[in-house]
Design a protein around this ligand. Structure first.
Ligand SMILES: Cc1cc2nc3c(=O)[nH]c(=O)nc-3n(C[C@H](O)[C@H](O)[C@H](O)COP(=O)(O)OP(=O)(O)OC[C@H]3O[C@@H](n4cnc5c(N)ncnc54)[C@H](O)[C@@H]3O)c2cc1C
Length: 403
């Protein structure tokens, strides 16, 4: 066992000896996990980590899973997967000290204020404005599809500060207190009835300059860093043990109602093989990244992990037949965690009809299937790029924006 592995195992032993996962209150458990450097082991010491290689996180995850430790992922997906790594990579010491621990314990849930009605796939087109006023920035704009904004204490925000520059160059990255005056969160009701995401209206919201991340105008570089963290966090989910994740729901439903049907068994096998290919490909992708030669697997992974839950829940709906037309309720709840059909490990208690409806979003969120295909065409296959006419022109005078 290497020295690093020994340290990690010793810390886990200490955590489990002092905080029994069966009886400990989840927030107290996560707090102790953070203080022992087991939140993100590759983060710096005193900021939830031990400064070790990121692969050591798997050791922690496996042992805590076996011990039945509480999981915080779905309660604070944006915080743990995107905001935390972004703060460590680009934030100040004050940001790290102030935000990381309550983020890990889920006392502070985080949301991502990126997409707008006119800026989704073309994210660099954001029109939310931030204008400097002394030690503060005054922010005005309209964000949309903001997952868990109704539960969030803080948001990561990309806003335009230099409209006279080309669109990618005029952006700045901020951390926003969602309780600030001028922040209004309105639910967006989804096809399944619930509202997991929201629109967020920002009207004369005052953001202290101390909540800026990076330099003014550097926002695109930081946004790309944040999106890469999000992508890698999602990629980690695809490395679940064999048979876990969305495919587990297909197997469970088949065992419940489909066993005698040879055609359904054939369909299940195809889905199983697809899930296994995704899992093995994501493991191979990680190995090539570690070896210093990242391959195309990262780009194809997002494409495949978006489509899989749709296949799984289509299959489940076929299995359950008329039962799939019944939905337990159509009340507009605002869940306190993310929909788990494509994010969870497959052990969660799901209503198949709602999971089927929610799975449509899996090929949109985090970058649509079409955009992934563009990326593969251009960066992996080397096909000619789409024409980009607005790349080097100032953002403000573009006539189609009516300014
Ligand atoms: C479940 C879920 C959670 C989300 N959570 C958040 C969040 O927390 N915070 C946040 O900021 N955003 C969030 N989003 C928003 C998400 O990032 C956007 O929906 C996504 O980037 C697509 O943008 P859009 O919806 O504006 O679609 P558009 O960009 O308007 O695209 C519309 C259609 O046109 C296609 N299209 C667009 N451009 C091209 C092109 N160049 N070539 C080919 N086809 C193209 C798209 O593929 C799509 O089919 C979430 C979305 C979902 C589904």
């Amino acid at each position: 066992m290497s020295g690093d592995t020994t340290i990690v195992h010793e810390r886990i032993d200490e955590l489990l000896a002092t905080h029994d996962p069966d009886t400990c209150e989840p927030r107290a458990f996560w707090g102790a996990q953070f203080d022992l450097g087991l939140a993100w082991v590759h983060f710096p010491v005193f900021h939830g980590g031990l400064g070790l290689h990121p692969t050591m996180n798997e050791v922690v995850a496996e042992r805590l899973e076996t011990a039945g430790a509480p999981k915080n992922d779905l309660f604070n997906f944006v915080g743990l997967g995107t905001a935390g790594p972004t703060i460590v990579a680009f934030g100040t010491e004050d940001h790290k000290r102030r935000f990381l621990r309550p983020m890990f314990t889920c006392e502070d849930v985080w949301c991502q204020l990126f997409s707008e009605p006119g800026a989704g796939s073309d994210l660099a087109n954001v029109s939310t404005m931030a204008v400097r006023d002394g030690d503060e920035w005054v922010v005005n704009g309209h964000k949309v599809w903001t997952t868990l904004a109704h539960a969030a204490r803080y948001g990561i925000l990309v806003a335009r500060t230099h409209p006279e520059l080309a669109k990618h160059r005029g952006l700045t990255f901020f951390l926003v207190d969602m309780r600030s005056p001028g922040v209004v969160v309105r639910p967006l009701r989804q096809i399944s009835g619930e509202a997991e995401f929201n629109e967020v209206f920002l009207t004369d919201v005052r953001v202290p300059d101390g909540m800026r991340v990076g330099e003014p105008g550097e926002g695109w570089r930081i946004t790309i860093g944040a999106l890469m963290s999000e992508r890698s966090h999602n990629g980690d989910l695809a490395k679940r043990p064999r048979g876990m994740g969305p495919v587990a729901h297909a197997v469970r439903e088949w065992q419940r109602v489909g066993r005698d049907d040879a055609v359904r068994r054939d369909q299940l096998m195809r889905i199983w093989i697809e899930a296994e290919m995704i899992r093995l490909t994501s493991i191979r992708a990680e190995q090539s990244r570690k070896g210093g030669t990242p391959g195309p697997e990262g780009s194809t992974g997002k494409l495949a992990t978006g489509i899989l839950p749709q296949r799984v829940f289509d299959f489940c709906m076929g299995l359950i037949g008329a039962e799939g037309m019944l939905i337990s309720d159509y009340l507009m709840g605002q869940p306190d965690r993310m929909f788990a059909g494509n994010m969870g490990d497959g052990t969660e208690d799901l209503e198949i009809a709602k999971a089927f409806l929610n799975a449509r979003a899996a090929t949109i969120g985090g970058g649509t299937t079409e955009i992934q295909k563009n990326t593969i065409a251009e960066r992996v296959l080397g096909l000619p790029a789409e024409p980009r006419t607005d790349r080097d022109v100032p953002w403000r005078p573009a006539p189609e924006r009516g300014t």
